[in-house]
Write a protein that binds this ligand. Sequence first.
Ligand SMILES: [Zn+2]
Ligand SMILES: [Zn+2]
Length: 290
Amino acid sequence: MKVGIKVKFWGVRGSVPTPGVKYVKYGGNTACVELRLPDNQLFIFDAGTGIRELGNSLCNDVKKLNAHIFLSHFHWDHIQGLPFFMPSYVKGNQIIIHGMDLEGAKLDKILSNQMESIYFPVKMQSLAAEIQFRKLSDESNIIEGAEVDTMYINHPGQAMGYVVTFKKTKICYFTDNEIPPAWAIETIPLRYRPDTREKILKLISGADLLIHDAQYTDEEYKTKVGWGHSPLTEVAKLAEDAEVKRLALFHHDPDHFDDNIDVFMANCKETESCNVTECFAAQEGMELHF
Ligand SMILES: [Zn+2]
Ligand SMILES: [Zn+2]
C-alpha cells in the first residue's frame, strides 16, 4: 500500500551542468531532488541548478512556502542553483537550510559567501523570505514528523548522506560518495574512512529507494581513485547487500551522453551483482511514488 510519498528528480547531473542535444533524455541540471511527505511537507536534497525550475514551479502555489533544503556538501554542483531559487525572494516564505559546518567555515557563511557581490548581485541577507540555517552532523533528527539520519561519507572536503524514514518508508540520498573496490582501498588518501560502507549498509538496510552516486564505469574509475565518486559495480553490490528495493543511479558524469547512460544501464542489468528489484538511471523530471 502506498503511503503517499513522492520523489521527483530536478537535477541528476554531476560536476557541471550539461545543456545540449546529447543530454536531452537524462537532463543536464546538477543535483536536486524533491521529496514530498504525505502531508505535502517539502524536503529538497541539494541545490544544484535543478532547484531553479523546482523553485519556479513552487511559485505557482499561492500558499506560503515552508521548505527544508538538505545539502550534501558545498561543491558548486550542489549549491549553485540556490541564488536562483525564486521562493527565497518571496516575503512570508520560510526556508530552512540544513547542512554541515566545515573546519573554519560555518554553514551560513559558506552559503552567503557565494552571494557576495563579486559573484552575485543579491546578497543572502537581503532575500525577502525567512532563511534559517541548521547545522547537522553525524546524527538522527526528527523533522516534520520524519526521522532524518545523517552520516559523513567519502568525498574530498567532506560530504553528508541522508536517510529519511517516514512510517517505515525509507528514502536514502547518498551522492558524492566513493565506494572503492577492494583493490583501490590502499591507494586512497588518508582521509578515506574505511568503515563508511559498513555504516551505510546499516543505515540503508531494506530501503525503499537508494539514490546513489554512480558517476563512473568500472573502467573509468581506474583513473579516478580518490576523486570521491563510485564505480557502477560497487554501487550495485552495496544496494544488493542492503536489500534495497529500488536503486537510482545518480550524479551522471558530464561526459556521459544519453547513449552512454543507456549502455551503462544495460551493463548494470547484466551485472550479476545487480539483483535489486528495480535499478535505473535517474532522469530529470522522473517521479517516483511510495
Ligand atoms: Zn557533485
Ligand atoms: Zn562533490
